[in-house]
Design a protein around this ligand. Structure first.
Ligand SMILES: N[C@@H](CCC(=O)N[C@@H](CS)C(=O)NCC(=O)O)C(=O)O
Length: 217
């Protein structure tokens, strides 16, 4: 089976799929796609020209959620989705909440302004960042903090794709120079620390931080 993952280094959605592939021990080839300047014809691979996208023996899949669902079928162990029906629904909800609602406020407001804009030679809109940090992000962190009350993972007793999605978005939050306040959000801070200590996260965080440091100083 030939597997190609189309993406770029700092994308939280690509990182989520890379970490999940690594945890399952699935080998793949990385193909770099700049989401700001996708190559001609990329819409045949990813209809909305977004990253990540996956190619498996000439067939294509777009969106990190679709890619993770595919890999669970192809390589069930270690399981990244629960077998219980209600827990499965909760994982799908949290993955969506993290990939859309949290990502919009953390990655697309904070990381985009603090890291991506300078990388593209554009100005950071710090007012937008501060608004996100003080107003739109805290209620979402409060919800996640409560969800993690008394548990190691977001749903059930095992790591799921929802935990990987959350830890992946939080890498971008850290790249943007922000740290979670462990006094206000002790469960969330402990969860992120545990997740970021997993080898696939350790490796990618080290590589990406080195790149950002080199380019932005
Ligand atoms: N829900 C999608 C989000 C993917 C996404 O927004 N990727 C960004 C890069 S981080 C992208 O490709 N942006 C380019 C665009 O939207 O045109 C997923 O989980 O894969």
């Amino acid at each position: 089976m030939s597997i190609k993952l189309y993406g770029a280094a700092l994308s939280p959605f690509v990182r989520k799929t890379r970490v999940a592939l690594a945890l399952k021990g699935i080998e793949f080839e990385s193909v770099h796609i700049d989401p700001n300047a996708p190559p001609e014809g990329y819409e045949k691979i990813s209809p909305m020209k977004r990253i990540p996208a996956l190619e498996v023996d000439g067939q294509f899949l777009a969106d990190s959620a679709a890619i993770c669902a595919w890999m669970e079928k192809i390589h069930p162990e270690p399981a990244l989705y629960p077998s219980d029906a209600m827990e499965m629904g909760q994982v799908i909800w949290l993955e969506r909440f993290i990939d859309y609602d949290l990502a919009m406020r953390c990655t697309f407001a904070v990381f985009r302004n603090r890291v991506l804009m300078p990388l593209l030679g554009k100005e950071c809109d710090e007012e937008k960042v501060q608004h996100a940090l003080s107003t739109t992000i805290p209620p979402l962190f409060v919800y996640l903090e409560k969800t993690l009350e008394g548990r190691e993972f977001l749903v059930g007793d095992n790591m799921t794709v929802a935990d990987i999605a959350l830890a992946s978005q939080m890498v971008n939050f850290h790249h943007a120079g922000e740290q979670l306040d462990a006094t206000t959000y002790p469960n969330l801070a402990a969860h992120i620390k545990r997740m970021h200590a997993l080898p696939p996260f350790v490796q990618t965080i080290e590589k990406e931080s080195g790149f950002i440091q080199k380019v932005l100083g």
